[in-house]
Design a protein. Structure first.
Length: 226
């Protein structure tokens, strides 16, 4: 399917959102991801395709991704992305993935986001706010600086309990010990691949129900915030 580029938004520091208009019926569920095919000259060894978790929700009339554009040495893909001309048409895959909200609104939720891993949670909180649906949500948000904590205000406005970790290592054990989530809490973990891999290893040593753990890995981000 195809989308048309409309605008680029600097969310803070080196993080940008890219807003597109769907040119055909676009059906997504909060927390899903798409693959974007951005053909450009002289692609590097990572090629012209990339997966992105959507930061937009089904309640919004646009398609949005949010990503970090490194100031030094961005990939050829991200160089092309940040230089997109308005109305450029791109091809994308249909949304997929099961990093999604439970239909039972009484289940408490714990979101753990490392840096740009906030994107699926932005989709979720926007969806819930638009539906006027109140849920018990804690957000653990880790970043290198306060400028990395984009979309934080959306969670505060919704009424989620936000716990910031700035330029410090966190562990899943520490989070669970501090917040003491109810036994039926679904724990969503989203962020750089090294961070999520670390959390998954930690989870195996803890008394947690594996069915209540959901993960969203962001490949290409090397920082480990855990």
């Amino acid at each position: 399917m195809q989308i048309q580029f409309k605008q680029k938004i600097n969310e803070g520091s080196d993080i940008y959102s890219f807003v597109f208009e769907p040119l055909e019926t676009f059906a997504q569920t909060t927390g899903q991801f798409i693959e974007i095919n951005l053909k450009h000259q002289n692609p590097d060894n990572r090629g012209s395709k990339r997966w992105f978790t959507l930061s937009s929700s089904p309640k919004e009339e646009f398609v949005q991704i949010t990503t970090r554009i490194p100031r030094d040495g961005p990939s050829s893909f991200k160089q092309a992305l940040v230089s997109l001309a308005p109305d450029t048409v791109l091809s994308i895959s249909h949304p997929e993935g099961d990093f999604t909200l439970p239909t039972d609104s009484t289940i408490p939720l714990l979101f753990v986001a490392g840096g740009i891993g906030i994107t699926p949670f932005r989709s979720m909180i926007t969806e819930l706010a638009a539906a006027n649906q109140s849920r018990n949500i804690h957000l653990v948000y880790a970043g290198r600086s306060t400028n990395d904590l984009v979309f934080r205000n959306l969670f505060e406005q919704y009424g989620a309990k936000v716990h910031d970790y700035i330029d410090t290592k966190i562990t899943l054990k520490e989070i669970v010990k501090s917040l003491k989530p109810a036994p039926n809490t679904i724990i969503y973990m989203s962020g750089p691949e090294p961070m999520i891999e670390s959390f998954v290893r930690q989870a195996k040593t803890m008394d947690l129900d594996k069915k209540l753990l959901k993960t969203d890995y962001f490949p290409g981000y090397k920082e480990n915030l855990s």
